[in-house]
Design a protein. Structure first.
Ligand code: GDP
Length: 316
């Protein structure tokens, strides 16, 4: 172990998001003190607020789950927000972490920041080897800058600042808003609404042929804590399930879980995005970590959560 969490103060930035929330839950069994701060306490886009917060909170470690995130359409139509917000958030937090002598810092990238046509499965060293996918290049540029910033503080100041690269995530607490969500919550919601309303079909975006890899947010949180404790290296580490399926197969699986038996229709005016982004997760596997939640079980759990907790499920 390179970093013992026992009795440490750990700030989970972005604790209200899906990954941040899962990380807070996962840290409860680590004997550390978890620090959180909502938007009303600190606006992460404002440098002075982040500096003041960290001076006061004095964490020993930070897991940076705070980010402006969204699905393919949100990325494509709100490029300024995805680039500006993410650059500001990560620059403010990393610099203030160094200034306040934070010992360990874990940054989160995303599989969508690899080149559009990276060879599959995508290994860590594919980063910056080719052009990006145009629908999310704004987010990608910001996240690549964050990985580089963590590396720069390691190189210049010897900081133990590391990065994880999670694949497409899903789970309880996800965003189910159809204009800004990722595909998994969108399909769960669409199938649920179609079933309740007795509709004959649901519409998915694009051809259904792109392949995506999915990992449950609780598995991701477990991997993040594992890396925080055990990894201290310059290169980011892929966090994935090791398996991918087509969007059509995913839709069929979700419809089966939801018990919606209608037809699947394709809206070809919407983009497909990257054809495939299966990550090579061997680096993390060889360190001794593996995911625990099978895709179907994870979808069942997420659907139950959606029905019980999401305001969208109550308004059908
Ligand atoms: P991406 O992984 O960055 O492309 O982000 P998404 O999760 O938003 O989209 C993944 C794939 O699912 C893309 O090919 C989308 O076109 C497709 N997709 C199909 N239906 C939907 C939908 O209702 N919402 C979203 N966000 N994507 C959809």
């Amino acid at each position: 172990m390179t970093f013992d969490l026992n009795r440490k103060r750990v700030w989970v930035a972005g604790h209200r998001g899906m990954v941040g929330g899962a990380t807070v839950r996962r840290l409860k069994s680590e004997g550390c003190e978890v620090i959180t701060a909502g938007r009303e306490t600190v606006d992460l886009k404002r440098q002075a607020e982040v500096e003041a917060f960290l001076r006061d909170a004095r964490p020993d470690a930070i897991i940076m789950a705070a980010a402006k995130v969204g699905g393919i359409l949100a990325n494509d139509t709100r490029p300024a927000e995805f680039l500006y917000d993410n650059i500001m958030i990560e620059a403010n937090i990393i610099a203030a972490a160094h200034d306040n002598d934070v010992q360990k810092f874990l940054f989160l990238g995303s599989s969508c920041i690899y080149p559009k046509f990276a060879s599959q499965p995508i290994s860590e060293d594919s980063l910056l080897t080719g052009p990006l996918e145009p629908t999310n290049e704004w987010y990608a540029i910001a996240k690549i800058a964050g990985i580089k910033l963590a590396q720069a503080y390691r190189k210049q100041y010897g900081r133990d600042y590391i990065s994880a690269m999670p694949t497409n995530l899903y789970g309880p607490g996800d965003n189910f808003d159809l204009r800004s969500s990722h595909v998994m919550p969108a399909i769960i919601r669409k199938a649920h609404e179609a079933k309740i309303q007795g509709a004959k079909n649901i519409t998915v975006w694009g051809t259904g042929q792109p392949r995506r890899e999915f990992l449950h947010a609780d598995d991701c949180a477990d991997a993040l804590v594992f890396l925080l404790k055990n990894y201290s290296g310059d290169e980011h580490v892929n966090v994935g399930s090791g398996e991918d399926i087509t969007i059509l197969e995913l839709t069929q699986l979700v419809c089966d879980v939801v018990e919606f038996r209608g037809e699947i229709i394709h809206d070809l005016t919407k983009p497909d995005g990257t054809p495939r982004k299966l990550m090579d997760a061997n680096k993390l596997r060889s360190m001794g970590w593996a995911p625990a939640i099978a895709l179907r079980n994870g979808i069942e759990e997420t659907y139950s959560w959606f029905k019980e907790n999401s305001p969208e499920a109550q308004t059908v």
